[in-house]
Each structure stands twice: as structure tokens, then as C-alpha cells.
Design a protein around this ligand. Structure first.
Ligand code: F6P
Length: 536
């Protein structure tokens, strides 16, 4: 694999020229029926409608050239086969393989990275046995009662993806089962989750790849204290997901331990044990296999070179067009599904922790924009909140809409001739058109400039399988962009400084509160800040 500076690609120069006059969607045939039909790609049950982007066939072919020139598919295939892509040449770095795809490569006779997939299968078999023991009453509390709730304690990648997927698929929960999540070191997070919970029938799943994360270890202690207070044995109620050999890898402290491996990054770990233990408890083993199947289907289809056939690759290239060439700094992911309420938060970590980088794979400063700011909320709620800015603000925000033709619970009613699901989908499509086409009006305050790029990703229903596929679409959209920008999308050095300083400030705070236990007033906090700043 040969990584090259983004600015050195011939296609970049060509795209810069094309960006001087991007397609005008607001003209009479700016969005023709033919364009809507032609600018559509389908894979694994999903359709991506992208006629509402400011692209022409010429732009598409230049984006294809960029994907080819930067060798995106070769790098992607190499990633799946275990290439050491988590590295910065010549500098101290994690120096690891990137193998989240191996955790769902379990359906192939010849997986891309056989060792990693074998390990994934071993953990899945262990999990299946554990879930069977819970289901059949072999794993029970001290009174012989079954467990009804699993609380996942973890943060960042050990929380966001699993939480987003659980909320997305809650409709498919096994009878009498549910999951909750604790992430923040804010003690109120633990308190609120424990409130009203029957902890005697709860399993706490402590998830930390490194086994060293301050928030998670602190919250584990709070949970242990709560169990002891109720006269319960923590070792009976706690399970762990961690890296083999991590400080948390201690069988005496947990009822069961599941492993994840250093070649799976936290933000890409939802389909590893980090996600599937809690998801398996709440939804059942068969559902998690469906999630893995959906993700794996996309892992395979993402190997296609033709951007017109490859959804994540096309989304990556459209994102680069909007960000690097049309100059749009942020991107909104707007799911028209309440169940996907936390999916944008998961994507924020996945995208911004991956591509919020300023040095190349060779350790040089980048001379081009890398990852955009990612944000979003479900529609239609967002329409009554921030869509004003999307339609008429000075900041143009490209949008990735996500929608479903059917709802999950099957509970719906026709009101004034249409169902709620129809209203939901109609609203999503209306927003897509309004952003793209705009509207002229004599009253300037009622003018809509249009030409606000967006795409619609739509499938039949949010199910375990389509959720797995959706997750993989976004994971690969993000990694393709990182490869193209010649950055390492798999480390997270940027979170270290704050962590180190927090530990030092905590020590100063502890000393200050020993001296003045009665108060931690403004004067005291200022003194600590100054002390720390002078030490830097
Ligand atoms: O602080 C960032 C981070 O390292 C993330 O990358 C990771 O997902 C999160 O912390 C949690 O890490 P762990 O699973 O090791 O507790």
C-alpha cells in the first residue's frame, strides 16, 4: 500500500476545477426524474438516493478517479486481511492491525483474517453458552431467581455503539429482558440508573478494552458498593468484557469474562463482545447473529471498486466533495426513526475520533481539511428545532437522511387518511427536496436558496440485520475517507492530554480538599488551575 498526500492526486485538481461551478439543483431540470432514477445505488436492501447532491456525471467520474488513485479498495481489502494500518510511520504509535470486520466474518469458509475470526467465534460460542445458562435458569441470583436486566458500564466506544444499537432494536427484546447503560463519571448517572432497579435481578456488564478507564473503574466501584449494601455478592452479579491480560482480566471478580482484542478499536467495537454481550442478553443470540450478518453483507459489498455500486464508498466520496471541495464544515446525520436517537452520537465518536486528525500517516502536517464536525437528531423532532438553520442559515450543512418504509412495532393508525409512518417518510423526503430545490419568494425572509446537498438512505425496516448493515455502512464511509486523506483513522492521541491533566488536577483537588474540607470555593478552584497551568 502506497499512501500519498491528498493534495497530490490528479483527481483533486480536477475536482477543484469542477467545484467552481457545482451542479445547480434549483434550475427547471436541476432535479429531473431521470436524475432521481440514475443517481441511486442499492445494496443489502438499502437504497441511497443522491440526486439531491450538487454533482454531475463528470464530478462522479472524478470522484471515482480519486477513489482509484488513492487505492481505497486495495487498502480496505488489506485492512480486512490484517494489514497493520493503525500506525504513523517512524513514530511511537499503537502499531496494530484493524480487524473489526473479522468479528462478523463468521459466515465465510475462508475469512479475510482467519485467526481473528477464530477468536471471534470462540467468544461467540462462550457467549451463546452463557446466554443459554441464563435462559435455562443455570445462571441465577442467590435466591435462584433469573436475571431480567443487564446494565452495561463503559464509556466511549464501550458505550455509544452498544447503547445506540440497543435503543435501535429494543422493539425486538426478549420477553422480560431489558438493558440499561452507565457511562459518565457523574455520580448522578449511576444513581439515576440504579433508581427503581431491582439490582438483585440485575447483571452488570463492565466493559473496558484497556481495563484502565477512570470513569468505568469508578462506576464499577459504585456498582459494587450498591450490591454489597443490598447484601449481594458482586462476583455473582458482574460480568466483564475486556482485553485479554488487561487489569480487569481477573476471573475471581466476575461471573464471566469475554475478550475483545487490541486490533479492534473501541469505536469500531459494537459488533465485538463490547456490544454483543448486552445485546445478546436483551435481544437473544439469534438477533446478534443477524446484526453480524447485516454488517458482513456490507463488508463484502464495500469491496466493489465502482462507486456507483458501493454505498459506503460513494457516501465517503460525496462527503469529500462537500467538505474538501464545496467547503462545508459539518455534516448532519438525521434519522427519521426515534429508535435511532443515539445513532448520531455513536457516529460522532466513530467519525470525529477517527478523522479529527492533523498529521499524515508519515507524521507530516496535513495541508487539507480532514474530518468534519458530525451531529444530528431524529426527525421529525429536529424539524421543530434546528432545521431553520439548515434551510436558511449562512452555514450550509450537508445532510445524510436515514429512513424506513415500515415501523417496528406495527402499531400505527390512519389519521386524516395517512398513517404516522407515511407522515414520517413524507416529511423526510419533503426536507430532502426543500433543501435541494429551495423556493423563490418576493419576501426575502421567505426565500429558500436551495442547493443544500443531501442524500437519503432508505430501507424497509429497522431490524437486527438492517441495523448491522447500517452500522457497517457508516464505519466504512469513515475509514474510506481517512484512507483518502492519508491519516490514521484508528488512533486517538488527541484524547490523552486532557486525561493526563484531569488526573493531575484531581490530585491537586484532593490535597486542597484535605486542607479545606469545608469548601471548594472559586478561590480554591482558581488556585488549582493556576498551579497546574504553571506546571505545564
Ligand atoms: O478516551 C477515548 C477512548 O480511549 C476511546 O477511544 C474508547 O472507546 C474509550 O476511551 C473507552 O476505552 P476503554 O474501552 O478502554 O475503557
Amino acid at each position: 500500500m502506497q499512501f500519498q498526500d491528498f493534495s497530490s492526486f490528479k483527481a483533486v485538481a480536477r475536482l477543484a476545477l469542477l467545484a467552481r461551478e457545482p451542479h445547480d439543483l434549483t434550475t427547471v431540470d436541476g432535479l429531473s426524474a431521470q436524475r432521481i432514477r440514475e443517481f441511486k445505488v442499492s445494496a443489502s436492501g438499502f437504497d441511497l438516493l443522491y440526486g439531491t447532491q450538487r454533482i454531475t456525471p463528470e464530478v462522479l467520474s472524478a470522484l471515482q478517479d480519486l477513489a482509484d488513485e488513492s487505492g481505497l479498495i486495495n487498502t480496505f481489502k488489506a485492512m480486512k486481511q490484517g494489514a497493520v494500518l493503525n500506525r504513523i510511520e517512524g513514530y511511537a504509535c499503537e502499531n496494530r492491525q484493524v480487524l473489526h470486520t473479522a468479528s462478523r466474518d463468521i459466515f465465510e469458509e475462508a475469512p479475510g483474517s482467519p485467526d481473528a475470526t477464530t477468536k471471534a467465534k470462540i467468544e461467540l460460542t462462550k457467549l451463546n453458552a452463557f446466554l443459554n445458562d441464563i435462559g435455562s435458569g443455570r445462571v441465577v441470583n442467590a435466591k435462584g431467581q433469573t436475571f431480567t436486566t443487564m446494565v452495561q458500564v463503559g464509556i466511549g466506544g464501550s458505550d455509544l455503539g452498544p447503547r445506540a444499537l440497543y435503543l435501535a432494536l429494543k422493539a425486538y427484546s426478549l420477553p422480560g429482558r431489558s438493558a440499561r447503560f452507565i457511562a459518565n463519571v457523574d455520580p448522578d448517572d449511576v444513581a439515576e440508573v440504579l433508581l427503581g432497579l431491582d439490582i438483585s435481578r440485575t447483571l452488570f456488564n463492565i466493559v473496558s478494552k484497556t481495563g484502565t478507564t477512570l470513569e468505568t473503574l469508578t462506576n464499577e466501584s459504585l456498582v459494587r458498593a450498591a450490591l454489597i449494601k443490598e447484601g449481594l455478592d458482586p462476583a455473582r452479579h458482574l460480568v466483564a468484557v475486556t482485553g485479554e491480560g488487561s487489569p480487569m482480566d481477573d476471573a475471581s471478580r466476575y461471573r464471566a469474562t469475554f475478550y475483545m482484542y487490541d486490533y479492534i478499536g473501541g469505536r469500531y467495537s459494537a459488533t465485538s463482545m463490547v456490544g454483543v454481550v448486552t445485546l445478546g442478553f436483551a435481544l437473544g443470540y439469534a438477533a446478534i447473529i443477524e446484526i453480524l450478518r447485516g454488517a458482513h453483507e456490507i463488508d463484502r459489498s464495500a469491496e466493489q471498486r465502482d462507486i456507483r455500486k458501493n454505498i459506503p464508498l460513494l457516501m465517503a466520496m460525496l462527503g469529500i466533495w462537500n467538505h474538501n471541495f464545496l467547503g462545508h464544515a459539518t455534516i448532519a446525520v438525521l434519522p427519521y426513526s426515534q429508535a435511532l436517537a443515539r445513532f448520531p452520537a455513536h457516529l460522532q465518536q466513530c467519525d470525529m475520533e477517527s478523522n479529527g486528525k492533523s498529521v499524515t500517516r508519515q507524521g507530516e502536517s496535513v495541508g487539507w481539511q480532514t474530518g468534519p464536525v458530525v451531529w444530528g437528531e431524529p426527525g421529525t423532532n429536529g424539524q421543530h428545532a434546528f432545521y431553520q438553520l439548515l434551510h436558511q442559515g449562512t452555514e450550509i450543512v450537508p445532510v445524510e437522511f436515514i429512513g424506513f418504509r415500515q415501523n417496528q412495532y406495527g402499531l400505527d393508525l390512519e389519521v386524516e387518511g395517512t398513517s404516522s409512518q407515511q407522515k414520517l417518510v413524507a416529511n423526510m423526503l419533503a426536507q430532502s427536496l426543500a433543501l435541494a430545490l429551495g423556493k423563490r419568494d418576493d419576501n426575502p425572509a421567505r426565500c429558500f436558496s436551495g442547493n443544500r446537498p443531501n442524500s437519503v438512505l432508505i430501507t424497509d425496516q429497522l431490524s437486527p440485520r438492517s441495523m448491522g448493515a447500517l452500522l457497517a455502512i457508516f464505519e466504512h464511509r469513515i475509514t474510506f475517507q481517512g484512507f483518502c486523506w492519508n491519516i490514521n483513522s484508528f488512533d486517538q492521541e488527541g484524547v490523552q492530554l486532557g486525561k493526563v491533566l484531569a488526573t493531575k488536577l484531581l490530585q491537586l483537588l484532593a490535597t486542597a480538599s484535605q486542607d479545606h474540607p469545608e469548601k471548594l470555593d472559586q478561590e480554591c478552584l482558581e488556585k488549582i488551575l493556576l498551579q497546574q497551568a504553571q506546571m505545564m
